[in-house]
Design a protein around this ligand. Structure first.
Ligand SMILES: NC(=O)c1ccc[n+]([C@@H]2O[C@H](COP(=O)([O-])OP(=O)(O)OC[C@H]3O[C@@H](n4cnc5c(N)ncnc54)[C@H](O)[C@@H]3O)[C@@H](O)[C@H]2O)c1
Length: 440
């Protein structure tokens, strides 16, 4: 399907990026962008920086870099700020969380990292129990706190002469919350803010503040946050894109590649046991059963949607799926994601797959955060509002329209993302039919 090119405002000027949370992921993104900008490292893992896109037929040999094809902000145009209840600058956060080599990747850019000082956070220990922070906004109820966040966004934009802004949640995982009456529409949500209703956690105040300021909001953690009808309504009303939730960086990335392979080959599944050990602050927060429950939901959801047991009851109706996360301090930001997968083949004969992914959490998440910032800003300039399902590629639990189920298969997500870029630029969609190569 060829379409006419969509109108997209140019990516001129400075793009302010406010991270909620200045911990391992955020400091690794900020440091990485500075190192890449100075030519001291490569943006490995980033589709916007390294990826290409095929246009037209295979015989046409048109394969530009994505960043040359769509008008993305360049990394030179990014200016970072943050909120965190812990007062560490990006420099101190990077040193403490131990993701990057201090002498190779932190000290050479120390001055730049020290410039990023976190603004006082909207923080409430009832929603993240394993943390204590002093750098917090303490005055007023939820309405005043939301207004203070809006003021922070305006002040940052003015102080750094930004043309546009994006807010991305890179903060700790909040306790599990079910969508309730306060989340169903904007009027109920506004009333709940005014009533200091406990069903409005800090993350929702950040999302609300961003959207009210017409700033796109991205959620890198599994909290409900913007994944409720009230926030979607506000995003449409304000004309702003939202994207979430929970970066798909390690074990779930593996799962959403392996499970489609099993289904493509009609191989059966009896059980999938996934366990993680990690030693960073994220691991410590997730050690609290209520925060873990939030994460468990986004990690567990993927198999059912991919395997469609209702369509293939003989293969997938009786799958035992378990996910565990254990805090194990010696590992630091390194993580071991271990999967034991019991499958069966021809005539029901059992087989096993074992995956042991020795990964680095923030090294995997940082390029996703960068891509999401750049693509969400593109969406804003292209007039795309509300849920950006084409960014499902980046999330464990992608937000989606109520009328459809979420797409979890990584390669369907990638096709959707690239076809959206082709559609935006008025290029033909690629169907992979290719029959024309075999006809006279
Ligand atoms: N691969 C990955 O690293 C990965 C993948 C998916 C999701 N995530 C999620 O990303 C988030 C960040 O991970 P991390 O490793 O950087 O964790 P981290 O603990 O190093 O950093 C989180 C920061 O958020 C701050 N924070 C907590 N509540 C806040 C609030 N209300 N306002 C502002 N700041 C607040 C904390 O003080 C901390 O500095 C976590 O929720 C994690 O589950 C990470």
């Amino acid at each position: 399907m060829e379409t006419s090119k969509q109108h997209i405002e140019p990516a001129a000027g400075r793009l302010g990026v406010l991270t909620v949370g200045l911990g391992a992921v955020a400091s690794t993104v900020i440091a990485g962008v500075e190192l890449i900008r100075r030519g001291l490292a490569e943006p490995v893992g980033s589709l916007t920086q390294m990826g290409t896109i095929r246009l037209g037929k295979r015989t046409e040999d048109r394969v530009p870099l994505i960043r040359d094809f769509v008008p993305l902000a360049g990394i030179d145009q990014l200016v970072f700020g943050a909120w965190d209840p812990i007062a560490d600058t990006a420099y101190e956060a990077a040193v403490k969380c131990g993701v990057l080599d201090r002498f190779v990747h932190i000290e050479p850019i120390a001055a730049k990292l020290k410039e990023v000082e976190p603004m006082p956070a909207v923080f409430d220990q009832n929603y993240v129990r394993r943390l204590e922070g002093l750098n917090v906004k303490s005055k007023g109820g939820k309405r005043e706190l939301a207004e203070a966040l809006r003021q922070d966004i305006r002040d940052f934009k003015a102080a750094h002469s930004c043309d546009r802004m994006v807010v991305i949640w890179c903060a700790s995982t909040e306790i599990f919350l079910e969508p309730g009456p306060a989340h169903q529409d904007l009027a109920a949500f506004e009333a709940a803010i005014d009533a200091n209703d406990p069903s409005i956690p800090p993350s929702m105040l950040y999302a609300y503040a961003a959207l009210k300021e017409r700033v796109p909001f991205i959620n890198g953690a599994p909290n409900l946050t913007a994944d409720v009808p009230a926030m979607v309504e506000l995003a449409h009303e304000a004309g702003v894109p939202i994207a979430g939730k929970d970066f798909k960086s390690g074990q779930t990335l593996m799962k959403t590649v392996l499970a489609p392979m099993l289904k493509a080959r009609m191989l059966g599944l009896r059980g999938w046991y996934s366990t993680n050990i990690l030693g960073n602050r994220d691991g410590e927060v997730l050690d609290d059963p209520d925060s873990f429950r939030t994460k468990e939901q986004t990690k567990l959801g993927v198999l059912d949607y991919i395997l469609q047991p209702d369509l293939y009851p003989k293969l997938y109706s009786d799958v035992y799926h378990k996910v565990r996360i254990n805090y194990y301090p010696p590992l630091g930001d390194s993580k071991e994601g271990w999967d034991n997968i019991d499958i069966f083949g021809w005539l029901g004969y059992p087989m096993q797959i074992k995956v042991d992914f020795l990964c680095r959490d923030s090294i995997l998440a940082a390029p996703l955060a960068l891509d999401l910032v750049l693509f969400t800003d593109l969406a804003q300039r292209a007039g795309l509002t509300g849920v950006q399902e084409w960014l499902s590629f980046y999330f464990k639990s992608p937000q989606h329209a109520p009328s459809v189920y979420p797409e979890h298969d990584l390669f369907i997500q990638q096709t959707k993302l690239k076809n959206t870029l082709r559609w935006l630029m008025g290029e033909e969609q690629i169907t992979h039919l290719g029959i024309e190569y075999y006809q006279d």
